[in-house]
Each structure stands twice: as structure tokens, then as C-alpha cells.
Design a binder for this molecule. Structure first.
Ligand code: SF4
Length: 507
């Protein structure tokens, strides 16, 4: 039995709820009356309700995010039917910007907006001592970071063995990109470095090797970034994996010098580019030096072993499909191992919502609230770019088509892959549940059919890719690709690939 349950639904088992561990760490004297329960969005709401009620709580606190807002709503509705006496408290980004709240938020007894580490335990104290809290909506108090209790001891040994360990060396972001909730922060504040590294050392001693930094701008302060990289350089091992979000136009020499010392497979950099168009950047208040961004991405690919996951957003105000294609082509030329084509989403509270009327931004009312159309993107175009993004993941980002992809992209990557994506969709009728062998076969049909690519080269590249994927049982259409002609065509394709500077598929 626990008086207080703090809980959330994660998108996948490998994700651990970092925010809940912060709450739990800061419950003070109420910690012994609190239990932290995590679920997955795949679980049935009734099953989750049963597990929550088994703890016989007086208060349940939910973390509500874009990936679980619908599921939490369903659970709240059931809870209010079967256990209306339990006080339901919600917090998290999806409920932090009243009056812009999900419809089901009226079921909640209390809503804590913003950070909850101080305000949630305070609310629980009031509720458990019979005091009436002053209002339903409570603005979460911010507190000096050094006054927060550390969440890291609350990663269990199982978490450390099986899941991503989220950590943060700083909180907030000084930039103002309007599509992003971090733009509401006034600045980035660092945690005390020594204490942070002591926590990292303890996690590492306990076996943690998969660290995901949630800092919005890891490379903001060079001294700190270098100190953190040095810390991990002293602990290099073949299973170490570090993920950082970095801003693309700040890579001073000292940082470069640390980055080049990492072997392959350790560093993963998530780099938001979003758009290379200065007019779009200005509309969304994104300050980005495009030339420095390009130079830094090129440097990273040429001189480091970091895996680059670069982000673009389709549907930004003022952007068009053709113009987005220019950003995509510019990014392809820089050869990051992955390009994530994201669709603009309506985040509650994000400043970009000021453009909704001027650009007629229409969003899906259901989470994750993706853009459906705007004055510069038709619904049909958004559908096309959505399919492009999905097939790009399967064929471009997956690394499964490393030899074949340059043939598809040619010297006009966006236009050619859009063509490929449309033909592929016409054949498959779906962007989901396409088995790998079938994907190879459909890709072949599109290449030699409507795209009119050379049959021998297509067969050779697909054969090589299929072989490297380690799949058993060569599909019939590939059986025709004999080894000698394959080798010749693959070599020819490699020469072509070099001439158009397109290389994909680092896995
Ligand atoms: S997109 Fe990145 S740089 Fe821009 S406000 Fe958000 S976190 Fe900061």
C-alpha cells in the first residue's frame, strides 16, 4: 500500500521516465509513502488501472506527454468511474499551458504546470493533512538546480542493464526557435559540474553504458562539454554509447579535439538543422549560421567517428514542398548518416502558434497534432511528405540499402526520392508492415519500372545490400544477379556515388 503513486506511460520499454525519478527523489519525508510505477502505451488502460488501484493510493500523479496524452485520458476516465475518491494530479508538457489543455483535463483534480519537483510534494502534503489547496491549477515552482535532490540513485539495476539512462548536465535553452517548447526558457542553467560527474561516475560504476543527455544544447559552454567528453574518454569501452543534442553552428577547436578522440560507435550527435532557408528561419526566430552549420557537419563527417542524426522539419510557416526539398538536398550533400524528416507538430504553448492564422496552419486534433495543411503546404503535399519520411526511414536511414540508395537519389535526391516514394506507395498501398524481402522486391520494381533505372545496376546493388543484411533465402528476382556482374556493377555504382557525393547507410 502506498498513499501516493507517481506514474506515466512510456512510448517504449527502453525509455525510462526521467521526470518521475526527479519527482520521487524530491518527495522528502513523503518518499516512503510514495511508489513510482511505469507502464507502456501498448498496455491496456483497464490493466493499468487495476495495477494502480492495487497500491490503494490516496493520490495518483500522472506525467502527461505528447506520446501518452490519449492513453492517460482513457485511464483517468476509468479511474473516475471506479475510484472517484482518489485525487488525480496531472503534470507534464501536455497540461502545462492552460487554457490549452486536452479535453479530458477536466477529470483531473489538480494540474501542476511546469516543473513539479517542489510543487507536487507540497500539494501532496496539503492533501494528506486535509488542507484545501488554493486552486485547481498550480504553477510549478522553479528552484535553484543545486537544491534539487539527485534522481540518479533511482535508476534500478534493471534500468541500468536494459534501458537508456537519461541524464542532464544543464536545463533550458537560450534560443528562441518558435516550434520548440524550450524556447520558453529564459536561458540554460548548468548543474554543478563536479556533483554531476560524481553521479555519472556512480552510474558508470553500477554498469551504465547507454547515456542519453537531454540537455537541449550540449555544446553551449565549451569548458563543460569538453570536461564531460574527457570524463567519458577516461572510461572508453566497446559498449559505451553517448547521445548528445548539439547546436550545429558551434564547434570550437577544443571541442573538435575532444570529439576526434572517440572511436566509432560511441558518439551520437542529434543535430537540429530544421531548414536552411533564411526567410523560414527568421519567421520562426531560429538563429542559425548556415555556412558554419555546413562547415561543421562536413568537418564531423570527415574528421570524427560521431554518428550524425540530423533533423529537418517539413511544414514550417512560409516553407513550401519545393523549398523544403532544397534544405533536404543541401543536407544530403553533407552526408549525415541519418536525416530525420519530421512533420511540424502543434505543441501546446509553443510560440509558433502565433503564426496559425497568418499561415492557416491546420493541425490534426489528435496527438501528436501533426500539421495537415497550411497556406503554403496543401493537405496532399503533407501526405506525400509523410510517406516520404516513412520510406526514407526504411530505405535511407535504415542503412539497409547503402549500395542501392545512391542509384535512386542520383543528383536530385529530394525530387528522385519523392518519385520513388510515390511509386512505392502505389505498389505497396501502405507505408507500414512491409517485410524486408518484399521491400527489396518493391524497390526493384520501382527502380526498373517507372524510374527506368538500369536493370543490371539495380539488381547488382540490391543483391549486395540483401547479402549485407544477412537475410536468408535470396528472393527470386535477385537470383538472376550473378556474382561477377554484381561485382562489376557495384564497382560502377561506387564510382557514380563518389561523383554525386551521396553516401548513406552507416548502421
Ligand atoms: S530547437 Fe533547440 S536550439 Fe531551438 S529553442 Fe529548441 S532546444 Fe533550443
Amino acid at each position: 500500500m502506498s498513499d501516493i503513486v507517481i506514474t506515466t506511460l512510456n512510448a517504449r520499454y527502453i525509455h525510462s521516465a526521467f521526470g518521475l525519478r526527479y519527482l520521487y527523489a524530491n518527495m522528502g519525508e513523503l518518499q516512503r509513502r510514495t511508489v513510482l510505477l511505469e507502464f507502456g502505451i501498448q498496455q491496456r488502460p483497464l490493466e493499468i488501472v487495476e495495477k494502480l488501484l492495487a497500491r490503494q493510493p490516496r493520490i495518483i500523479g500522472f506525467g502527461v506527454y505528447i506520446w501518452n496524452v490519449a492513453e492517460v485520458g482513457a485511464i483517468a476516465a476509468i479511474l473516475k468511474q471506479v475510484a472517484p475518491q482518489i485525487v488525480l494530479v496531472v503534470g507534464g508538457p501536455e497540461v502545462s499551458h492552460p487554457p490549452d489543455l486536452p479535453a479530458w483535463a477536466e477529470l483531473a483534480d489538480y494540474i501542476v504546470t511546469g516543473y513539479g519537483e517542489v510543487s507536487f510534494p507540497d500539494l501532496c502534503r496539503q492533501l494528506l493533512t486535509g488542507k484545501e489547496p488554493p486552486a485547481k491549477i498550480i504553477a510549478g515552482q522553479t528552484v535553484a538546480l543545486q537544491n534539487l535532490a539527485s534522481p540518479y540513485p533511482y535508476y534500478s539495476d534493471t534500468d541500468i542493464r536494459q534501458r537508456i539512462v537519461y541524464v542532464e548536465a544543464s536545463r533550458g535553452c537560450p534560443f528562441k526557435c518558435e516550434f520548440c517548447l524550450s524556447s520558453l526558457d529564459l536561458t540554460a542553467k548548468p548543474f554543478a559540474l563536479e556533483a554531476f560527474l560524481t553521479s555519472m561516475a556512480e552510474l558508470h560504476r553500477r554498469g551504465a553504458r547507454n547515456f542519453k543527455f537531454i540537455d537541449r544544447t550540449f555544446n553551449l559552454k565549451t569548458d563543460t562539454s569538453v570536461a564531460i567528453l574527457e570524463f567519458f574518454l577516461e572510461r572508453l569501452s566497446s559498449d559505451l554509447y553517448l547521445h548528445f543534442e548539439v547546436i550545429p553552428d558551434n564547434l570550437p577547436e577544443r571541442l573538435q579535439a575532444a570529439i576526434v578522440r572517440f572511436p566509432p560507435g560511441v558518439l551520437q550527435f542529434e543535430i537540429g538543422v530544421q531548414s536552411f532557408d533564411p526567410a523560414v528561419q527568421q519567421l520562426i526566430s531560429r538563429r542559425q549560421d548556415n555556412e558554419k552549420t555546413k562547415a561543421n557537419l562536413a568537418w564531423l563527417r570527415q574528421h570524427s567517428h560521431a554518428h550524425i542524426h540530423a533533423d529537418l522539419i517539413a511544414g514550417l510557416p512560409g516553407d513550401t514542398l519545393a523549398n523544403f526539398g532544397n534544405s533536404f538536398d543541401a543536407l544530403v550533400a553533407l552526408q549525415p548518416q541519418e536525416i530525420q524528416v519530421g512533420i511540424l507538430k502543434r505543441l501546446r504553448g509553443a510560440p509558433i502558434n502565433r503564426h496559425t492564422r497568418a499561415f492557416d496552419l491546420r493541425y490534426d486534433p489528435n496527438p501528436p497534432y501533426a500539421l495537415l495543411s497550411s497556406s503554403t503546404f496543401s493537405f496532399a503535399e503533407m501526405q506525400r511528405i509523410g510517406r516520404f519520411a516513412r520510406f526514407w526511414d526504411l530505405v535511407g536511414n535504415s542503412g539497409r540499402f547503402a549500395h542501392t540508395l545512391p542509384l535512386i537519389l542520383g543528383d536530385r535526391p529530394f525530387a528522385r526520392f519523392m518519385q520513388f516514394s510515390e511509386y512505392l506507395y502505389a505498389l505497396s498501398g501502405s507505408t507500414w508492415q512491409i517485410a524486408l524481402k518484399r521491400l527489396f522486391e518493391l524497390t526493384y520494381q520501382v527502380m526498373i519500372g517507372p524510374m527506368q533505372l538500369d536493370r543490371t545496376s539495380a539488381l547488382a546493388c540490391l543483391y549486395e545490400d540483401f547479402r549485407l543484411n544477412g537475410e536468408k533465402g535470396v528472393p527470386n528476382f535477385l537470383a538472376a544477379a550473378t556474382a561477377p556482374s554484381t561485382a562489376k556493377a557495384v564497382a560502377a555504382n561506387k564510382r557514380q556515388k563518389q561523383s554525386v557525393h551521396v553516401e548513406y547507410g552507416g548502421r
